[in-house]
Design a protein around this ligand. Structure first.
Ligand code: SF4
Ligand code: MSK
Length: 647
């Protein structure tokens, strides 16, 4: 792979060169060693669910058309797809469970360091969970909320309580199809059972479970994680931050946090402000303690504290190559085992913290839930004492950062559009109806080694969408990519079409809104529901002029997210490729039939501009169906006109 194909971002390119000069392996080299990737696996036609196999279906004319048990291409591909959904849902949901557990312990006063920060949101969540709040003190409400939220994972009877937040029309669709999500764990276990050898062998039936399992993630596990994190750590509000490797500091102890669960990183952020630890760092010659993030942990910390982001998932090894990372602290998800080798080659301490995630060669300092701050201090101390071990000649920090604004929770959007006294989505809906904003696009998910780091892929897609007056909401590593490219600041309005630009100018918001981490895609579900409830744009999420995209998906979590958006009625386009492209029948089901059943469907398109075209075409089709696509006279606005704008 040529250098330019691996990295386009100047900071990433410089770091890659450093690592390669040292003869160290990188994810890019390993990707090359894996190329060409197994064709059967790529097409979703490989089955190793039992030891009669492994079996594979040949996509061409020749070769096997069924596994030993007789499973055909559609069944094998559908089982693979459903297992990906189950894997993704389990990751989000186990994260949600960990939050619910700590939430309950904190409410009961069993752990120190955490407390209810957003009582307003606590009461809102209490209402969803059927917890009476009248006349009760906050502690009792929080205990009941924690107990009920935790019960949502393992309950044997009844349906997901958070799913009752969806528009009624949507809930009817789920009931009619028998896909209304029940207990989160139950849906995941059933997905695993159905896909084991000799059980569910009908692609449509398997895909119905894919919907139900994914909905248990989006409207269950992920939503529980997001909402309880907001109650415990504060609902994000817009704040400025910085992104890219230049956020690392040569004269300070650098602690990088990487993974997903803010229950640890929140405590690390707190511990880094501890006076004794700061003094200890100063004693060793550092000017302070600098915490920065990688991946979704970075998004969580940025949204609530303005803590800078060093990079996305693909940049984990590159950040270490700056030679100034004194500790790389990881919890769960998207952490590469290869990171350990790079940490070893520099002076970086590689520290795992989750009882669920040990990595060979890493130091394990387990996050003790009953002593969160003490554990965080121990971890930060490990970084401080490593500061003198830096090799001065190895230090190189690319002088590159970009400003960004993050923290656009659903509540914030409500507030900034409607104002403190009339917070609502009415201005958003009005602007969609009058055509200034054509629609809304959710651009979410990962970065993939199959695309160059910092390549214009993400920015091409997002720039095209905003230039066509489509408001973009982003999460995950996609948001980090656009942050690096300077698209998450109000000044990016100049790249927007005239209608969206007017709205952004009037409100002072960027045309691309950073809404958080992977689990925070549940915020987008709530925002879409709010748009339906606000009125004027149909009766269901599937009526809205909206579309979803994940340009560089790689994790199973992305497939679960895609499926819960589709099952919630959203047209969703993925780049890179379909994981089930080998079965024409299954592709027909998810890319066509789904629309009739669910109102949303999948599409796959690697080219960002073509992807934008598909999303805009869909948005315009929805506008036509709503009857809001009336030709409007274009006019130039003067100050007087702007004051009259209803934003
Ligand atoms: Fe082969 Fe069927 Fe076993 Fe899969 S389940 S490995 S297709 S025999
Ligand atoms: S971290 S799942 S690479 S978004 Fe959430 Fe980024 Fe995708 Fe991991």
């Amino acid at each position: 792979m040529a250098k330019e194909e691996k990295a386009v971002d100047a900071a990433a390119k410089a770091m890659l060169e450093r690592i390669e000069e040292k003869g160290l392996p990188t994810a890019w080299q390993r990707a090359q060693a894996q190329s060409p990737h197994c064709r059967f696996g790529t097409l979703g036609l490989c089955c190793r669910l039992c030891f009669l196999g492994p079996c594979r279906i040949s996509p061409g004319e020749k070769g096997a058309k069924a596994g030993v048990c007789g499973a055909d291409a559609a069944t094998i591909a559908a089982r693979n797809f459903l297992r990906m959904v189950a894997g993704g849902a389990s990751a989000h949901s186990d994260h949600g469970r960990a939050v619910a557990e700590i939430f309950l312990q904190a409410a009961r006063g069993e752990v120190s360091g955490y407390q209810v920060k957003d009582t307003h949101k606590l009461k809102m969540v209490a209402a969803v969970l059927g917890v009476e709040t009248e006349g009760k003190d906050i502690k009792d409400i929080a205990i009941e909320v924690g107990e009920r939220a935790l019960a949502e994972f393992g309950k044997q009877e009844g349906e997901q309580l958070f799913a009752t937040r969806a528009p009624e029309t949507r809930q009817k669709v789920w009931h009619a199809l028998g896909i209304y999500p029940r207990g989160v764990d139950r849906e995941i276990v059933e997905a695993m059972h159905r896909t084991s050898m000799g059980v569910d062998q009908d692609a449509r039936s398997l895909m119905r479970q894919a919907s139900r399992c994914a909905l248990a993630d989006g409207w269950g596990g992920s939503m529980i994680a997001t909402e309880l994190q907001d109650v415990l750590f504060g609902t994000p509000i817009p704040l400025r931050g910085e992104v890219n490797l230049g956020v690392l500091k040569e004269d300070q102890v650098n602690i990088l946090v990487h993974g997903h669960e803010p229950i640890l990183s929140e405590m690390i952020a707190l511990a880094s402000q501890d006076e004794e630890l700061i003094k200890a760092a100063e004693k060793l010659g550092a000017k302070g303690i600098n915490v920065a993030g990688i991946c979704c942990t970075a998004n969580e910390l940025l949204m609530r504290h303005g803590i800078p982001i060093a990079g996305n998932m693909k940049m984990q090894e590159l950040a270490v190559a700056t030679g100034v990372v004194d500790a790389m602290i990881v919890d769960v998800q998207c952490i590469m085992q290869g990171l350990g080798q790079i940490c070893d080659a520099f002076h970086t301490k590689f520290i795992t913290t989750s009882p669920r995630a040990h990595i060979t060669g890493a130091e394990h300092i387990e996050f003790e839930e009953d002593k969160p701050l003490e554990t965080a201090k121990r971890i930060v101390w490990a970084g401080i004492e490593n500061f003198p071990n830096r090799a001065k000649e190895e230090v190189f920090i690319p002088d590159l950062t970009s400003d960004l604004v993050a923290g656009f929770s659903h509540e914030t959007v409500n507030y900034i559009l409607g104002g403190r006294f009339r917070g609502s989505y009415v201005p958003l809906n009005d602007n969609i109806v009058n055509g200034r904003i054509r629609g809304v696009a959710g651009v979410v998910g990962c970065t993939n080694l199959k695309a160059p780091e910092g390549a214009s892929q993400h920015t091409d897609l997002v720039k095209e969408l905003i230039s066509r007056d489509v408001l973009v909401v982003e999460t995950g590593c996609a948001a980090i990519e656009c942050g690096k490219a300077g698209l998450l600041v109000p000044e990016a309005k100049d790249l927007a079409g005239p209608g969206l630009r007017e709205v952004c100018e009037a409100v002072g918001m960027p045309p691309v809104l950073h809404a958080g981490s992977c689990v925070d895609n549940s915020r987008i579900l709530i925002a879409l529901t709010e748009m339906v409830h606000t009125g004027g744009l149909g009766e269901d999420i599937s009526d809205l002029p909206v579309a979803g995209a994940c340009l560089e998906w790689m994790h199973e979590k992305a497939i679960s997210i895609g499926q819960y958006f589709v099952a919630s009625g959203v047209f969703t386009v993925f780049g890179i490729g379909s994981p089930v492209a080998g079965s024409e029948e299954l592709m027909e089901i998810i890319c066509k039939e789904f629309e009739e059943e669910l109102g949303g469907m999948w599409a796959f398109e690697p080219d960002p501009l073509k992807m934008a075209e598909m999303m805009c075409a869909h948005i315009e089709r929805k506008r036509d169906a709503l009857g809001i696509n009336v030709e409007r006279e274009r006019k130039l606005y003067d100050m007087e006109d702007r004051r009259k704008l209803s934003v």
